[in-house]
Design a protein around this ligand. Structure first.
Ligand code: PMP
Length: 386
């Protein structure tokens, strides 16, 4: 008898991933206050989370989340255009626009959802749109282009000369340059002033993903988008990393946000963010602009870690931020390094294909402002000498 179960189609794909050493498993892990995680019955120094400022467990966020849930309910019961727009959404969006220095801002359920849904909405209003995308852009940005049926013209990672040359192709029609402020797996950043100049010179538009910059870089931690005169055409970011909570945003002109309210499926057909999530976002927006000292500590930790890794013969790639990779090459080598670190009391994720290209496996060390600088020596020792 023919096996018609869904599993019979899926199991061979899973087995193939296993044979390549790329099968992933879920491991229960609990973030605790003080920059540690509990995992497998052990408490480990956390170098995996994107909780760069330690806000995920901060009482200002957890209290306002609890208070808003108790006062306003666990959910809002509808999407934004039906009955899901509470005063709280509008207040938080107003505060967010002030934080980003833009005319308007719009909340989304997640960064993935925003990127995947905004691009098709833009494409519908811009017939013939061509997207010029950094080769290492996040999967959600690729997803957005694929959903819109857009063919991406990829430029080499952070190679603005290459982008400049690609934009000079003499073709008509609108073009959108899509890139990130800080790249999630490499921890390097875009040269935004130069990028903005190139984009403007070619009459293109700029879509900037600030997922790993929001809370960490720029004046008051608002990301890089406000550091170039005139800002960028569209800045998106998430509240799930340095901002300590959950959800995402798009910031830009009033017309951009009004258009997305009318045309972006991922916004229109998804239930509005619940009060607890809004409470955490609201508290983070109050707190983050005040955390200059923490941002300076984070930058110092990054510098110290890169210097120490280099001295030990390791390659931290092009990192200049709180994300510091240790380039190891093979997936097995990266997993072995993760195990060595775990044995020494550190949690740092091995990043392997398909998240990074084959041969590009690495440890990804994500720093937190509260990490004791004295931890860096034992950490690098545990990775081992090259
Ligand atoms: N953009 C980038 C660059 C990211 O790294 C991520 C998260 N990994 C996202 C978007 C998605 O954000 P979220 O986790 O809020 O879905």
């Amino acid at each position: 008898m023919v096996d018609r179960s869904l599993d019979s189609w899926l199991a061979p794909a899973l087995d193939a991933a296993g044979r390549r050493g790329e099968r992933r498993m879920l491991t229960p892990t609990r973030l605790t206050r003080g920059g540690t995680v509990e995992r497998g019955g052990r408490t480990l120094v956390d170098l995996s989370s994107n909780d760069y400022l330690g806000l995920a467990t901060h009482p200002a966020l957890t209290e306002r989340a609890g208070e808003w849930a108790r006062t306003h309910g666990a959910g809002v019961g509808a999407s934004r255009l039906v009955t899901g727009t509470h005063d709280l959404h509008l207040r938080v969006e107003h505060k967010l626009a002030a934080f980003k220095g833009t005319e308007a801002a719009l909340l989304f359920a997640s960064g993935w959802q925003a990127n995947a849904a905004v691009m098709p909405a833009l494409a519908r209003a811009m017939p013939g749109l061509r997207v010029h995308a950094d080769r290492l852009n996040h999967g959600s940005l690729h997803q957005g282009c694929a959903a819109a049926g857009l063919r991406q013209v990829r430029f080499r990672h952070n190679d603005l000369d290459h982008l400049d040359a690609l934009l000079a192709d003499g073709e008509d029609g609108p073009r959108l340059v899509v890139t990130e402020s800080v790249f999630s797996m490499d921890g390097d950043r875009v040269d935004l002033p130069r990028l903005a100049m190139i984009v403007r010179r070619h009459g293109a538009f700029l879509y900037l993903d600030e997922a790993h910059a929001t809370g960490v870089l720029g004046p008051r931690g608002a990301g890089l988008s406000g550091t170039v005169s005139g800002g960028v055409d569209l800045a998106m970011g998430t509240f799930s990393k340095a901002m300590g909570g959950f959800g995402a945003y798009v910031a830009g002109s009033r017309t951009l946000c009004d258009y997305l309210v009318n045309a972006c499926g991922g916004f229109i057909y998804s239930t509005a963010l619940p009060p607890a999530v809004l409470g955490a976002i609201d508290a983070a927006l109050d707190l983050v602009p005040t955390l200059e000292r923490e941002r300076a500590q984070l930058a110092d930790l990054g510098d110290a870690l890169r210097a120490r890794l280099t001295r030990a013969g390791h390659d931290p790639g092009a990192s200049t931020t709180q994300i510091v990779p240790v380039m190891l090459g093979g997936a097995d080598e990266a997993v072995a390094a993760q195990h060595r670190l775990e044995a020494a009391g550190f949690m740092a994720a091995a990043i392997r294909p398909p998240t990074v290209p084959r041969g590009g496996s690495r440890l990804r060390l994500a720093l937190r402002a509260t990490l004791d600088p004295a931890t860096i020596d034992p950490l690098v020792q545990a990775i081992g000498a090259r």
